[in-house]
Design a protein around this ligand. Sequence first.
Ligand code: CP
Length: 313
Amino acid sequence: MRHLMSPLDFTTTELDRLFDLANDMESNMEKYAHSCEGKKLATCFYEPSTRTRLSFEAAMLNLGGKVLGFSDAGSSSASKGESVSDTIRVISCYADICAMRHPKEGAPMVAASRSRIPVINAGDGGHQHPTQTLTDLLTIRSLKGRLSHLTIGLCGDLKFGRTVHSLIHALSRYEDIHFIFISPEELRVPDYITEMLKTKHIPYEQVIRLEDSIGELDLLYMTRVQRERFFNEEDYVRLKDFYILDKTKLSLAREDMLILHPLPRVNEISVEVDEDPRAVYFKQAGYGVYVRMALIYTLLGLSDVLSKAEKEN
Ligand code: CP
């Protein structure tokens, strides 16, 4: 049995096979429409979500399976003090696979250690969001044609943004990757990540102004400032509109640069940008369904994505 806690849990070879499967599912939905009949996905969300929970549920329904779960810790027995360990032992009796989001870093890993069914980390605090990263990688591979030889700008809240942390780790395994981290001083990427990049000799720059580096980028990954992880409202208000990508700033970018965003968006991308062909964030949300279909199918043992790969890193 395999769980997914981090994007590094799968080798790059396994990821390639997973993305091939996701692309095949996108092109041939009917072929997979009954593949999970009789199987159930539990979505245990202790934190709010639109895309992750609903795309997991859409993915399981597309595969012919069923879904159950909760979307709010307050409506689960967590509100009475039940531990994640006890909850997953019970969920293991009700479902075949579980996607869990939790505000505490490491909670899905605790669940996985007690579970009799595969557990997928659907976001744990400010730590990791591996299925968003699978979505991001599938989007880049499908629309750019490669995951190597890329200059990637990550802009916004690089301190608390778990999607950023997962994506940097995942992309650091590909050839000729150059990161440009665009953030205010207070929201810089954590030191453990820059230490990892130094150890792996992966080039990165840290800059403050988006305008200074947007022209160099193959990809611009915008993020919102994570209000829910700030210790005080005053700092959030001061930093929340630090970056707003508009048509004027976008005019400095290359014609083939892609704009990604894990969403939800607040103010950091002006709606006037949405019609630009480089803006692919809504398409990206759509890829989230196909990659989660491929992941559920694989973790339920229905594909050979994981069978032949060798361990790397
Ligand atoms: N990208 C993402 O995780 O969105 P939700 O919080 O809506 O799931």
